[in-house]
Design a protein around this ligand. Structure first.
Ligand SMILES: [Zn+2]
Length: 1021
């Protein structure tokens, strides 16, 4: 016998039971131990955990990623693979430092140094791991199997030593250099940032800046106009740039000549409206002309103050002439250096002018803007001043607006390995597939050298020691603790600052013995560390070198799409540069989880349901399914709502549970239990088992392709077949205790819960163990479809009948004809008559019609129509799409030899389809997939009406039975006080009413007021 099953399960309580059992029985560890690793790990499925920062609580994005990180390994385990899963923590870098600064109430380098780098780093260390216990609780509650006890942390000595090895190896390969380059720079955090960090979400935000137009005097006497939104860079202007092919107008007013791009004239109507155009020039005509400096701070700079040619000059805004300050713009720097103009950067690390700008020294550059504008106005150089709203980069950690600044920094020469990175990307399977040549491929193609040094405190040290006397230059780069020990005579137990900075030794190249070798002050970009995860987590190459050989690349990683510029990218850079291999073989990149209002999730907006509360109300399986079945796994963004989770319970979790409950109820009533069998002969049994075989194949294919969305769709489709077709159509058989029906449902549920186990791990566990009495469903082998019967003709015929039923029932609904009201007839016109014929009784019964006319003369009831699919057309045809759509509307199309031609253009497969369109008047509709047409006879005779009322009465009596808490098999005595209409129907159909409600006796009278239905059990089984 089955164990007792509640008809109304408390899902969260049930999940906690499962979690407790897993913990008690060490089910996770067992699931690993029971699978052999194979020779050199050949049977292992290698998962790399992308490390989160633990200085905040997990949000839905983490939970979603966690569900994927769990579902795929569960599936692979059932497929027989051994899947180790280690949790990882990202510990270093700005997120930790900014948090520590807040907690300590200090800010900036001087305050941190005064506070003590050692104490500051201690604060970072405790801050960064402050939520690890909460993380563990969340991750455990979401039923994610992962090893927390054997986790890796980027702050561990072993991990940091591997990172150091990576740096040294790149150095030895000539892939590391120090450069003075313009980089995005945070003046609050006092560090440069990489491209990765300036491309993260929320970095670009709207900002209002002053926009000024000023004039420069050319040696030829004209006044040339330049426009900028960073007036603070004007004191270090060293050149102007024009587009060589852009047309520039020469204008004259009051004896002065002005130069501006012709296409920008309209924007300067107010300033130059009076002027008369007296000539025009190509940009190339202006190139090489000298001009007088606007300010004289750098008046002596060689080669400065000339007009340069540059391709990046546009005429979208401004004047078509670009002001260039080589210390504050990457393009400016490249163009100026190419023209022999040096880079000057008169700004210090705090964002303040240095001594060169003598008038405003010490002034923060943003605060200097109004002062500069005033000065320009006073000198008569300001032509226009307005404000400009633009999307401007901000620091991803502290949210201050960034500046661009030339700074000395260490770089990985990514451009040297870029082509190889592009090649190796082709070996990676991306889900969704468009990421490969889309957001990731494009990012790779435009890859630039990676600034990896941060002028900060908490991170892996840049392992470079330099001589402190430039007269005796020397650079030493270290790749291990042992190498450090060899040179410095100390074995360090901690590679963090300030310990590492205390390693100082005399410069061996200095015969005077006075200069010393000191470490450069910078630490590494924390993305360099997370990118090192595949080898650093196992302390490669100092340990596990052989293990690493066989576990690299990893089989599977998952994170959100933005990591194509973050973790996915930095792992790929290091994998290519160090190992000439990809770091991972399969990568799932999902969209962003948004709040219920479609905006970014925000605590202050309170626009998302609290995850813990959702766990308590609906359970984690509902949340898992809800997220995994959403388009977010196909790369779209997705709004998370409480309604969505509630619907999941109603549409997925409860139907599964109810099917299980139904089985135990009826098997119990028949005093039996189901057995696992597949030789049943009943047509519905065979149909269900065949559909189950299809399900297994389809879900296997989806899971192998990392398509969880597709897997959910198939699982839900089968659940619908199981509950809304098989069970509903087999009620009479269950009622009679039919062993075949019971065995079929038992078998289906056993296999179904195995297939659904990765997607609904706890509910599946509970149902599976209730049915089989065996151990965990997650220790089972993945089912094979081979042992199940298949009958393709039965499948097609039955699916057609189901389509016809649901279409006819929709017609009933739209015509306002309730299902209990019998109708005279329905027509099904389908090409598959022979396959449908055997199931015609089911159709008649299901739709409640007296007869079904089955015909293959589809053409008598409808026509085929060409339908265009603009989504597919657009990308191929571009501008011709509208033309094709117009021609189609006008009927200008043909179909010859299988080729569809619209408006003279041949379409390709997938850009169109033929759909059936019904010609019939009234209640008619087409079936999906050109399956045919159904027509419903909607005439209601009084006889039909009477029978409908009798059926309504049966329904009400059944409700009364339930309310009286009668057993389904109890016989009853029925007494009715009903209206004349109902009485009329009852009299006409008394036998039917009595037999369907198990009434062994009945009495009836006409009701004076409200109707009364009274049932009493006469005999209990
Ligand atoms: Zn910052």
């Amino acid at each position: 016998m089955y164990p007792p099953v509640s008809s109304q399960p408390n899902l969260p309580a049930l999940e906690n039971e499962v979690l407790a059992r897993w913990a008690r029985e060490h089910s996770f560890q067992q699931s690993i131990d029971m699978r052999d690793a194979g020779t050199d790990g050949s049977n292992e499925f290698v998962f790399y955990d992308g490390p989160p920062f633990a200085n905040g609580l997990p949000h839905y994005g983490h939970l979603l990623t966690g569900y994927v990180k769990d579902a795929i390994p569960r599936y692979q385990t059932m497929r027989g693979r051994r899947v180790e899963r280690r949790f990882g923590w990202d510990c270093h870098g700005l997120p930790a430092e900014v948090q520590a600064e807040k907690e300590l109430g200090i800010s900036g380098h001087p305050e941190i140094s005064a506070f003590g780098v050692d104490k500051f780093n201690d604060a970072c260390r405790s801050s960064v791991l402050q939520f690890t216990e909460e993380w563990r609780d969340y991750v455990t509650r979401q039923a994610r199997w992962v090893d927390f006890d054997n986790d890796y942390k980027t702050l561990d000595l072993d991990y940091m030593e591997s990172v150091m090895w990576a740096f040294k190896t790149l150095w030895d390969k000539g892939l590391i250099y120090e450069g003075f380059r313009v980089l995005a720079y945070c003046w609050r955090c006092e560090t440069p940032l990489s491209n990765t960090e300036t491309r993260m979400d929320d970095v670009y935000r709207d900002r209002q800046d002053p926009a000024v137009t000023v004039w420069f005097e050319l040696e030829t006497g004209e006044r040339i106009l330049a426009w900028t939104t960073t007036p603070w860079t004007l004191p270090s202007n060293l050149a102007l740039a024009v587009g060589p092919d852009i047309d520039y107008a020469v204008l004259e007013v009051d004896g002065e000549r002005w130069i501006i791009a012709e296409s920008r004239l309209g924007a300067y109507e107010a300033q130059l409206g009076e002027a008369v155009q007296v000539g025009s020039l190509k940009g190339s005509d202006l190139v090489g002309r000298r001009y007088s400096p606007l300010f004289d701070y750098f008046a002596e700079m060689p080669n400065a103050f000339q007009v340069l040619s540059a391709d990046f000059v546009s005429t979208e805004d401004g004047t078509g002439i670009v002001h260039m300050a080589p210390g504050f713009g990457e393009e400016d720097q490249n163009a100026c250096n190419a023209a022999g103009i040096d880079t000057v950067c008169p700004m210090d690390e705090h964002g303040q002018y240095t001594l060169e700008i003598s008038d405003w020294v010490g002034q923060h550059v943003f605060d200097a803007n109004p002062l500069i504008i005033r000065s320009l106005k006073d000198s008569g150089r300001l032509v226009r001043h307005d404000s400009y709203m633009h999307s401007y980069p901000h620091c991803w950690r502290c949210a201050e607006p960034l500046v661009y600044r030339a700074i000395s920094s260490w770089f990985v020469k990514v451009t040297d390995v870029k082509d190889r990175m592009v090649e190796l990307n082709q070996q990676i399977n991306w889900v969704p597939s468009h990421v490969k040549d889309g957001s990731f491929g494009k990012w790779l193609e435009n890859a630039r050298d990676w600034s990896i040094s941060r002028n900060r405190f908490w991170g892996s040290p840049i392992p470079v020691w330099v001589s402190d006397n430039p007269d005796f230059p020397r650079i030493d780069v270290y790749g291990s603790v042992a190498e450090l020990e060899a040179d410095f005579g100390v074995r360090v137990a901690d590679l963090h600052r300030p310990v590492i900075d205390e390693l100082v030794r005399p410069n061996p190249d200095d015969p005077s013995g006075t200069s010393m070798m000191r470490r450069v002050p910078e630490v590494l970009d924390c993305w360099f560390e997370s990118g090192s995860m595949p080898f650093a987590q196992v302390h490669y190459p100092f340990e596990n070198a052989e293990w690493f050989e066989h576990h690299y690349p990893g089989d599977f990683i998952v994170e959100y799409l933005g990591q194509t510029r973050g973790w996915f990218y930095t792992m790929h850079v290091l994998a290519t540069a160090l190992f000439d291999r990809p770091a991972f073989s399969n990568c799932v990149s999902h969209g962003i989880v948004l709040g219920d209002d479609g905006a970014k999730m925000s605590k202050s907006l309170n626009n998302y349901p609290d995850p813990n509360q959702m766990f308590e109300v609906y359970g984690s399986d509902a949340m898992r399914w809800y997220l995994l079945s959403s388009p977010i796994l196909r790369g779209s963004d997705f709004s998370v709502t409480e309604t969505g989770m509630r619907d999941t319970v109603r549409q997925v979790v409860l139907p599964l549970w109810n099917a299980y409950y139904f089985l135990t109820l009826y098997a119990g009533a028949a005093g039996t239990t189901g057995s696992f069998r597949t030789d049943q002969e009943d047509v519905l049994d065979r149909y269900l088992l065949g559909e189950l075989a299809e399900l297994i194949d389809a879900v296997t294919e989806s899971m192998d392709a990392y398509d969880l969305y597709g897997a959910c769709e198939q699982v839900q489709g089968f659940l619908d077949t199981l509950t809304n077709w098989f069970i509903r159509r087999s009620r009479d058989r269950f009622w009679e205790g039919d062993q075949d029906a019971i065995d079929t449902l038992h078998t289906a549920l056993v296999l179904f819960t195995r297939v659904a186990a990765p997607l609904l791990p706890m509910v599946a566990e509970q149902v599976h163990s209730g049915l089989t009495g065996e151990g965990s469903v997650h220790h089972q082998d993945w089912p094979s479809s081979e042992d199940l019967p298949r009958d393709p003709e039965l499948a097609i015929g039955m699916r057609r009948v189901r389509d016809a039923c649901s279409t006819l029932l929709s017609l009933r609904k739209s015509e306002g004809l309730r299902v209990r009201l019998p109708l005279a007839s329905a027509t099904l016109a389908t090409p598959d008559v022979a396959l449908v014929q055997p199931h015609i009784d089911i159709l008649r019964d299901e739709v409640n019609v007296k007869s079904v006319d089955l015909t293959d003369r589809v053409a008598d009831h409808g026509t085929e129509e060409l339908v265009l699919l603009p989504k597919a057309l657009g990308p191929r045809l571009g501008g011709d799409t509208q033309k094709v759509i117009g021609a189609h509307k006008a009927g200008d199309w043909s179909f010859d030899d299988g080729v569809v031609t619209v408006g003279g253009i041949d379409l390709v497969e997938g850009e169109f389809e033929f759909r059936l369109v019904s010609d019939a008047e009234g209640a008619a509709a087409t079936l999906p997939g050109k399956g045919g047409i159904v027509v419903l006879d909607t005439v209601v005779t009084s006889e039909l009406e009477r029978e409908g009322v009798a059926r309504d009465l049966i329904r009400r009596i059944q409700t009364a039975r339930r309310e009286a808490e009668l057993d389904v098999s109890d016989r009853i005595s029925l007494s009715l006080e009903i209206s004349e209409v109902v009485a009329d129907a009852f009299t006409a159909h008394q036998t039917m009413v009595e037999s369907e409600t198990l009434a062994v006796e009945s009495s009836m009278k006409i009701a004076g007021g409200d109707e009364v239905i009274h049932v009493v059990a006469t005999e209990r089984r």
